[in-house]
Structures are given as C-alpha cells and as structure tokens.
Design a protein around this ligand. Structure first.
Ligand code: ADP
Ligand code: MG
Length: 317
C-alpha cells in the first residue's frame, strides 16, 4: 500500500465541520478562525508524543494506542479550560499493517468525534512506532485556566479517582497482583483514560488554577504551587480511590496515586464558589485539601512534609 492511499483510506474523514476549508489532502490545512469581535477567543495548542515501549507496552492494542495518544492531548486542553477543535497526527510506522491501521484509525475517530475534534492533517513516516498528536482549541479571551492562579485559602479538588492506571501498569509489570476483574478495570483506566472535558466546561469559570494529573498527584500539585507561589495541605485520608484501590493497604494506594497516568483534573476553587462547583459536579469531584501561603510546601493533614516525586523521563533511578 502506498503512503497516499494509506492517508486517504485511514486518515481522511468525511463531513468536515464548516470551519475547515481544507483538511487532509493538500500541502497544509486551511481553517476559519472565530474572529467574532464581540466574542474574542484565544487559540490553545498542545502536542504530546507516545513512543512504543516507553508510553505504552509494545503489544498494546492499536485502538488503545490511538485512544491514549489523543486522550492525553485532549486532557491538556481540558486542564486549560479550552474547547477542542482540531488535531494533527504525525505517525511513524515500522510497516504498513492494514489490520493495525484499521483499528488505530477507528479508535482515533471514535474519541475525536465524541469531542467534536477533527483530524486536519499530519505526516506519515517509516520507523519505530511513535505517535505525535497536536491539538488545537479555543478559550474565551483571557479565560484560560492556568497553573499560576491558585490563591491562599482556595480549596483543592480533584476529579474522578486516583491511582487506578498505575495499578493497571504495575499489574502488567508483575509488581502488583490484582484479581482478574480488578486488573481488567485498572488496565482499562490505563489504556483508555477519559479526558475530563465535561468537567472542564463546568469548572472553567469557577476554578482559579488547574492542571491535569499526568505525572502523579504530588508532582503535578507542586507545579501549581510553584507557579502560584503558594503551598498546600493535603488530606491524604480523603483521597478519592476506586473500590479496587480501597481493597489495598492505604500506603500502597497512596503510592499509586503519586505515580501518575490518571489524567484527572486537579484544580483550586475559592471558598465562595465551592457551592457552585458542587451544584455542578457533586460526586464527580473530591476536595483533597486547601492552599496555604508556604511557597512550594506540601504537608499532610497530620503535618507530615510530602516531597513532590512522580514520573520523570530523564531520571534513571
Ligand atoms: P507533504 O509531502 O507535502 O508533506 P504529505 O504526503 O506528508 O505531504 O501529506 C499529504 C497530506 O496528507 C497533507 O494534507 C497531510 O496533512 C496529510 N497527512 C499525512 N499524513 C497524515 C496522517 N498520518 N494523518 C492525517 N493526515 C496526514
Ligand atoms: Mg509530510
């Protein structure tokens, strides 16, 4: 199969939205921007690369790889309070395997169309399997949710549950033994993270600061704290855990929550807006602490200092 046919067959989607003049098939994409002066918008863009053997096991299903590659990017837009619009895909493939491509493109399209995020172009090369996706979306002028907006006294919230994906990974790696159904649940959380775009839509006018939890709770929290020049007290006994993690020792569940790959939103909310938040998202978000003035410092509810560790690609230890 020739590269052009591959692009035509798997990555040229029908019925593009009307703001796309030219998508896949020319030298570049041409897009209409929402330049409505009464409602000024800003473009928000982010890119993430997934490399086989680093970000997913070599034998992962193509559907899972596609889902995760797009989901982690959509999660970044969610963390900015942005609404996704378009994405590009740079795909490096060792061989042309049509069955693999069929599944990959189906997984990609399914998540993309669920969030009205359309594939507008990309690049296809030969080499070790790697997927780079760049997403583009919009926020209202000046309304992007930043890491730097947390204020002393804000409550700290997280969406969903923490640590499930890491439990799934440790189970695959043989470091943790889960019962069969529990392993299926955790591996699903690892392979098919849900970008929290619905939650993002609700919190974007409520939260002061936001980040997505990709590298572990403490590490990502410390990014908010450093950017905002504040500290936090974390209620470790009140972290949201799934029924599967609640079966483990609490210490072990905590370590999993500190390990990453959750793609939940971690955000701060002024006390005056807490009721509004819970009106919108009761049961979907959990208060896990509050913001203090000690810059960069994270302490537990019993006064224990917590260090910001998490996943670091350049750390060999
Ligand atoms: P060029 O040689 O001009 O870079 P390409 O052959 O790389 O052209 O791409 C041709 C068209 O196909 C372009 O519109 C490009 O955006 C699109 N394209 C290439 N690879 C992909 C891909 N993996 N997914 C989506 N679109 C792609
Ligand atoms: Mg090209």
């Amino acid at each position: 199969m020739h590269e052009f046919n591959l692009i035509q067959q798997y990555f040229t989607w029908d019925n593009p939205p009307k703001d796309i003049s030219i998508a896949v098939g020319d030298d570049a994409a041409v897009l209409d921007l929402p330049f409505d002066l009464a409602q000024r918008k800003q473009l928000v863009t982010s890119i993430d690369t997934l490399i086989s053997g680093v970000h997913f096991p070599e034998n992962s299903s193509p559907r899972a790889i596609a889902h995760k590659a797009l989901a982690v990017n959509l999660s970044d837009l969610a963390a900015m309070g942005a609404e996704p619009k378009w994405f590009t895909l740079a795909l490096t493939l060792p061989t042309i395997d049509e069955e693999w491509l069929e599944e990959f493109s189906a997984g990609l399209k399914s998540l993309a169309l669920q969030h009205q995020c359309f594939l507008i172009g990309g690049d296809t090369t030969r080499g070790p399997l790697s997927i780079s996706i760049q997403v583009m979306g919009f926020v209202d002028q000046g309304r992007a949710l930043l890491r730097s907006g947390a204020k002393v006294g804000d409550k700290l919230y997280v969406s969903g549950t923490l640590g499930d994906a890491s439990a799934g990974l440790q189970n695959i790696q043989g470091q943790l033994t889960l019962a069969k159904d529990d392993a299926v649940f955790c591996q699903h959380k690892l392979n098919f993270p849900t970008p929290r775009l619905l939650e993002s839509k609700k919190i974007k006018t409520i939260a002061n600061a936001c980040i997505d939890v990709s590298d572990g709770l403490l590490q990502d929290l410390s990014h908010i704290l450093k950017s905002s020049k504040v500290g936090a007290t974390l209620d470790l006994s009140g972290l949201p855990f799934s029924p599967v993690l609640r079966k483990l020792e609490h210490q072990q569940a905590l370590q999993l929550a500190f390990s990453g790959d959750d793609y939940e939103l971690l955000f701060t909310v002024p006390e005056t807006k807490e009721a509004l938040l819970l009106e919108e998202l009761e049961g979907k978000v959990t208060c896990i602490g509050y913001i203090t003035k000690e810059c960069g410092n994270i302490i537990s509810e019993i006064g224990k200092e917590l260090s910001a560790t998490g996943y670091n690609h350049f750390n060999d230890n």
